[in-house]
Design a protein around this ligand. Structure first.
Ligand SMILES: *[C@@H]1O[C@H](CO)[C@@H](O)[C@H](O)[C@H]1NC(C)=O
Ligand SMILES: *[C@@H]1O[C@H](CO)[C@@H](O)[C@H](O)[C@H]1NC(C)=O
Ligand SMILES: *[C@@H]1O[C@H](CO)[C@@H](O)[C@H](O)[C@H]1NC(C)=O
Ligand SMILES: *[C@@H]1O[C@H](CO)[C@@H](O)[C@H](O)[C@H]1NC(C)=O
Length: 967
């Protein structure tokens, strides 16, 4: 989908360019030799007759070949231009003698054909007069031939190729310097998608020294690095600069502001950093500015003088901030402004409504406040702009009641309106439902009151409607939206299914978080004859599927979690995402489960009462990334199927809290990030002949594992060692498993923090933890654990570990919780532990430790219970003093009041917030301050959990845990 949209987009922009250049046509009388050359050419080229519009019409019958489509001649009748765009040509040019015999040719355009990754033919150098060469997106691949560098008359060279999936062109040998050094007349150079792989200094200097007259420079996705060298500043004629998609990792140079003819500056996704020079906004000729997807690039929008030429301003996904100046109204040509997901704040200037050319406004995901401008007093309203087509204001802090407005004054061309996730109050004004051109209306997370779907029916063109999570009652008897393909009515106080029988193209339906009871009606599967692709009925009170039912073939996402479903587990044959967790399914999983459904990426059957074995067929096609079978009664033959080996993409595997009797599953794929085997009957040694470099969370507590802890097991867990490598970490965290939607990985993993089962509803990005507690491990703790520097939680309690606490634990700088209690550890507590500043929970109780407890600010905060049961320990906070000086010190543990209760809501909201939105992940990753803020909150919550746990433990928690252990 995304792919085809992308290509569609490029198609349009490329085509429009050609349409403009292909205007003139010469009608001189063609020469006979030129005619036969053309016919020969047609004969040589391999092209699809049905798709060709020009070539196919060339024939010997039409006398004057200069009038043939795609052919242009000079006055003497020589062919000087061949324009064969999108003629479905797939070959025949390589050794063509005729094409390269058009010695008068000045313009050659073969764009948008499919030459199937063949090389650009060397013969092209025979075209000595060629000034304009366009081979873009023609499917050429491999090294750009040396012969191109000899074509000294070239003024315009376009060999861009932006369609993914074909072998790219590359400029390696000859390199960029050799290729360009003699093409000194070039004014336009388009190499998008050509692999150049050059350093900043190199490519900048080659271009600036070889091409003094360059006007258009387009080097998108060329694998260029930064910085942007000062030599570029010589190219004073530059009008178009496009460098999107190169990892430049640099600041934007001020000298760009001196390009007095600059019209387009496009630097999207260039890993730019630093502060963007505000002067550039004010270049009088500048029309298009795109700095999107540079999360580290800061800046603000300056005041604008009158007479700016700016038409499009795209600053989405950047670190730009500040408020919008009133002088924005001086941008009288502005048609598109996209500031999505940046850090803008403050009210939106009402003067924005003076911009009569505005077509596209997207200010989503910022912190704008105040009233939404459309609802200022008419006529000063964005919505009254005749040109406006798209207005997206979601995820800001717009507030207040939205009044009814007279639609007479409003734009009749508005087709997308998104006000979701603001703080708007009151009922949804019915005026919205009179904006008849709307195709997309998104109003989730705002209003209250009641909405009758029937009223919305006036919007005949609606394709997407979202009213979810308003404090809203949606009522419906029967409603028909002929064009509707997307309907989201989550949390709308629905008690029944709305009647959607007659929706013929509905493909996305979300009715989750309502009060719907009873059976899932049969008709739901028949909507639009199986048009449904995504169905979310989770968090209702559904008990069964009305029979008979036929799951449509197309369903890719089916979320039925948190209902009361029982009976058969149904199998959507093409599904990629299936969540049946927290229901009442109790039968065995059908053994042929995996044979029928081979595209699973996400499968959760957790928290049911499933019995029997895990089917061998599960990983039939091996796309599975998340498998959660926890909290069931799975046992069957007792083992994990060896076929799990075939799950080559598995990243999360949770079979915790079942009855599985098996040894450690060494067969699991190296792609694994999260492994939970907790509370089963796993046994034997923890030793495999392979490594899991991505492992992040390992929980094998409450089993019967035994033997030593082998250093190799730990040293291969590289993900836990990531420290400052932002790039790795970024990839590591980008857990988007499908480009379907904004689906992010959602899984419940139960972690244990000091005996408390903490349900992390979504996994924190760089939360690394190891829980081996309550097993029978013996021997020494390997030093290698100290290298897992991202570790947040380490629990080895309730084993029979001996020897010393490794000094290397002092390297676990992120550690928040360390539990080594109930072992046989000896020796002194290493001084190094006193340096762990994030450590908020420490339990070393019931070991054989002795000597002085290290001094350190952190250690002063631990209760004495953290050290009890070690007869040899002395010093604060143990109750035995090592020396006389300690004797009079206050040894009372920190006071714990009611404010220490866990804020469960907060933690799930916080975690959901983080992982739910990709953009927010980016914020977390790229913006240090946000990240700090976020983790501060989480830390606070965890600290509170720990403290509460401490309290509990002192009230005899230990007894409880012993009981649990013996179960
Ligand atoms: C085209 O027609 C002319 C006569 O009208 C003939 O002499 C010539 O051979 C033909 N060329 C081809 C390629 O058929
Ligand atoms: C394209 O090239 C590949 C590899 O050279 C070849 O296998 C394939 O048949 C070609 N396709 C067409 C349509 O020529
Ligand atoms: C290209 O330019 C270089 C340096 O300017 C020169 O030495 C070389 O002879 C030129 N090559 C051709 C083929 O003109
Ligand atoms: C800018 O464009 C104008 C008009 O096309 C031209 O006359 C002028 O020389 C250009 N300036 C530079 C620095 O190339």
């Amino acid at each position: 989908m995304a792919l085809s949209l992308l290509s569609h987009f490029f198609l349009i922009c490329i085509l429009s360019k050609f349409c403009i250049t292909n205007f003139t046509r010469a009608y001189s009388q063609c020469l006979e030799d030129q005619k036969s050359l053309l016919l020969e050419l047609k004969n040589e080229l391999i092209f699809e007759l049905s798709a060709s519009r020009k070539l196919v019409k060339w024939n010997n019958q039409t006398e004057n070949c200069c009038t043939w489509d795609g052919v242009e001649c000079d006055n003497a009748g020589h062919v000087i231009s061949l324009h064969l765009v999108e003629e479905a040509i797939s070959g025949g040019i390589e050794n063509s003698s005729s094409l390269f015999s058009f010695t008068y040719l000045e313009k050659l355009n073969l764009a948008l054909n499919n030459f199937n990754s063949t090389q650009i033919p060397k013969g092209i150098q025979n075209l000595k007069y060629l000034s304009h060469m366009n081979l873009s997106n023609a499917g050429f691949g491999g090294q750009v031939p040396f012969e191109l560098s000899l074509m000294k008359r070239l003024v315009s060279l376009d060999i861009s190729s932006v369609f993914p999936g074909i072998q790219p062109l590359k400029v390696e040998n000859p390199n960029l310097k050799l290729l360009l050094q003699n093409l000194t007349g070039l004014k336009e150079l388009y190499l998008d998608g050509v692999d150049i792989s050059a350093q900043g200094k190199e490519w900048c200097q080659v271009i600036s020294s070889s091409l003094p007259d360059l006007k258009d420079l387009s080097l998108r996705w060329c694998k260029l690095s930064g910085p942007l060298d000062f030599s570029l500043s010589q190219l004073r004629s530059l009008s178009v600069i496009r460098l999107d998609g190169n990892n430049l990792s640099t600041t934007v140079p001020k000298f760009f502001a001196n390009f007095s003819n600059l019209t387009t500056l496009s630097l999207g996704g260039c890993s730019l950093e630093g502060f963007f020079p505000g002067m550039i906004f004010r270049i009088p000729t500048l029309e298009n500015l795109d700095l999107s997807n540079n999360e580290l690039l800061s800046g603000s929008i300056p005041e604008f003088p009158q007479g700016s030429s700016l038409k499009t301003v795209v600053l989405s996904y950047t670190n730009f901030s500040g408020s919008l100046p009133d002088s924005l109204s001086n941008l009288s040509m502005l048609s598109k402004i996209d500031l999505t997901n940046s850090k803008f704040f403050g009210p939106i200037p009402s003067t924005l409504a003076n911009l009569t050319e505005l077509v596209y406004v997207d200010l989503s995901l910022n912190s704008f406040i105040g009233l939404i401008p459309p609802f200022y007093i008419i006529p000063q309203s964005l919505l009254s702009l005749p040109s406006l087509q798209k207005l997206m204001l979601s995820n800001n802090q717009f507030s207040g009641k939205v009044e009814e407005f007279s639609t007479l004054h409003y734009s009749s061309g508005l087709y997308e309106l998104d006000l979701s996730s603001n703080r708007l109050e009151g009922p949804i004004p019915e005026s919205f439902f009179k904006l008849e051109s709307l195709t997309i209306l998104l109003l989730s997370y705002n209003f209250n009151g009641t909405v009758h779907l029937e009223k919305i029916q006036r919007l005949r063109n609606l394709t997407k409607l979202e009213l979810s999570y308003n404090n809203l009652s949606v009522s419906s008897s029967s409603s028909v939206f002929p064009q509707l393909s997307w309907l989201s009515l989550a949390s709308c106080n629905l008690y029944n299914f709305p009647d959607l029988r007659n929706q013929s193209i509905l493909s996305f339906l979300d009715l989750s978080n309502n009060q719907i009871t009873g059976e899932i009606p049969s008709w739901i599967w028949e909507i639009g004859n199986g048009a449904l692709v995504q169905l979310n009925l989770s968090c209702n009170f559904l008990v069964d599927l009305q029979k008979p039912y036929q799951i449509p073939k197309n369903i890719a996402v089916l979320d039925l979690h948190s209902n009361q479903l029982r009976g058969e587990l149904l199998l959507p044959p093409q599904a990629v995402y299936v969540d049946y967790s927290s229901n009442k399914f109790e039968k065995p999983i059908p053994l042929d489960f995996g044979y029928n459904v081979s595209f699973f990426v996400f499968l959760s059957l957790a928290n049911n009462s499933l019995t029997g074995a895990i089917p061998l067929s599960l990983c039939n096609a091996g796309y599975l990334q998340v498998l959660d079978l926890s909290f069931n009664n799975l046992s069957g033959v007792g083992k994990l199927p060896l076929s799990l080996e075939k799950c080559k993409s598995l990243e999360v595997m949770n079979v915790g809290n079942n009855n599985i009797v098996d040894s450690f599953p060494c067969m699991l794929s190296p792609s694994l990030r999260v492994l939970v085997l907790r509370s089963n009957r796993f046994h034997g040694e923890l030793r495999c002949l392979k490594s899991w470099p991505n492992l992040q969370i390992v929980d094998i507590a409450y089993n019967n594992f035994s033997g030593h802890l082998y250093p190799e097991s730990f040293s291969s867990w590289r993900a836990m060692m990531l420290n400052d490598d932002a790039e790795l970490r970024r990839n590591h965290l980008r857990f988007k498993f499908l480009p379907l939607n904004n689906f992010f990985f959602q899984d419940e993993v139960t972690l244990t923090i000091k005996g408390l089962e903490l349900k992390l509803v979504k996994i924190l990005g760089d939360f690394a933890s190891v829980d081996f507690s309550c097993n029978n491990f013996q021997g020494e703790i390997p030093d290698a654990i100290g290298a897992l520097s991202s570790l947040y939680l380490l629990n080895l309690s309730y084993n029979t570990l001996t020897g010393l606490i490794p000094k290397s634990f002092g390297n676990l700088t992120q550690l928040g919780s360390l539990d080594l209690s109930m072992n046989q550890l000896t020796g002194v507590i290493p001084m190094e532990l006193a340096g762990l500043t994030f450590l908020s929970v420490l339990n070393l109780s019931y070991n054989k430790l002795f000597g002085q407890i290290p001094n350190g600010p952190q250690f002063q905060t631990f209760p004495s219970a953290s050290f009890e049961g070690n007869t040899g320990l002395c010093g604060f906070p143990a109750n035995i003093s090592c020396s006389i000086t300690d004797e009079n010190e206050d040894v009372s543990p920190p006071k714990l009041g009611h404010e220490m209760e866990i804020e469960w809501d907060y933690i799930s909201a916080a975690l959901g917030y983080v992982v739910g939105l990709g953009s927010i992940i980016w914020l977390l990753l790229c913006c240090q301050s946000v990240r700090q803020k976020y983790f501060e909150h989480v830390d606070q919550v965890l600290v509170k959990i720990f403290y509460r746990q401490d309290r509990k433990q002192r009230r005899g928690g230990r007894v409880l845990r012993n009981q649990v252990r013996r179960q």
